[in-house]
Write a new protein. Sequence first.
Lengths: 250, 250
Amino acid sequence: MTYCVGMWLDDGLVFMSDTRTNAGVDNIATARKLFTFENTGERFITILTAGNLATTQTVISMLEERTKAPAERSPSIMEAPSMFQVARIIGQTLREVIADTPDTGQRGESPFDATLIVGGQIAGDPPRLFLIYPEGNFIEAGKGTPYFQIGETKYGRPILVRAYEPEMSFEAAVKLLLVSFDSTIKANLSVGPPLDMQLYETNSCTQGLSQRIDADNEYLQTISKGWGSALKKAFESLPDVTLNKQNDTA
Amino acid sequence: MTYCVGMWLDDGLVFMSDTRTNAGVDNIATARKLFTFENTGERFITILTAGNLATTQTVISMLEERTKAPAERSPSIMEAPSMFQVARIIGQTLREVIADTPDTGQRGESPFDATLIVGGQIAGDPPRLFLIYPEGNFIEAGKGTPYFQIGETKYGRPILVRAYEPEMSFEAAVKLLLVSFDSTIKANLSVGPPLDMQLYETNSCTQGLSQRIDADNEYLQTISKGWGSALKKAFESLPDVTLNKQNDTA
């Protein structure tokens, strides 16, 4: 499993991913799932990946045009005229990679499937955020759905639903994501630190703050310990139920 | 989907279930998923059901021995000498019902599968709580795993993990379950009110408080509204992250 979130804010975009990859619970490793493409001042693109690691790594390599000699690479997503076109190219690449698995021509619902989040901005257009399905088609974030989750999305969702606000600062958004990731890490062994974080400021078209947050990161530790007691306090602050002693006749 | 929780406390057992049943999102209905069997002062058994409704309703009917004329019914779970034996009988019944589906002999991993929580006490033995798998085998709750969830378990799990304590009162446990159910109902359309609640006091061997909590129940409303703002306050109480402005060289 995996947990990745791409989030749209008034100020820009925030991306976070875990780095655990596993084949069974007895075979875990660390792999990067957050990738960036930049032409400073002109475009900045971030891709988050969930699903079969062979598929997602191949997709990224294909997008980087690693089938060509280094000197001849000019990735087409760096030349596409719009983020919509970038998402189409990535979706098409994903579809081809999944269809390419040697013998049986596996498709979306196969063990080779993968789901991606793609976000970024090309100068002249506003920032865009997309969720790409294993079939290669995609949806775009908007006011109604301002963030996408992929992988193990459920444990970390309630706090996003309750605390997200588009006008929140990057600092608050990172705090929110760390709470969401911590809840997921606590519940699912297949999601684990270190976490990769990427910020993007609207209209910069340039990579923002990019960091790897290790398990022993002091702030992550503070959030993890603090959230347990904050949740308990929140729970205790709710009014007590008065159990009336009458059974229903159900 | 469904959401049910059976919880072991120092004071006894608490059970809660939703009542939504659906075949697609455009075909929903209300069905009871919490069933009780009692021989006052001698034994009290509660069963929670998740999965295929035809399967679970048939299991309950079989346990009630509705294949017999009313006068001849003496359900064997009412005569079993121990809760372990009760769980075995229920598991066996579940396995038979799933295997009985007319043409293809579907088994556990089929669309006819179901998962059950069984808890209760027979005089002389301590209270017991079991989780029964579609294959008919089962596990028992203990100090390490003092509660079981079935159905849509993920959204409501983080608060259970953080706030559950075996010494909590029935009142606190009901509050905790309502928070957990509210988080799930907010996230998954296939889980919905009214909720059924059943309390059981250790060594009473008698039905405790039993209630149906409707969507417009005043306390459920209070919890639902209060939890949103309590969570936000908890989130705000965490220290802010200081984003240093240095990128990693990753």
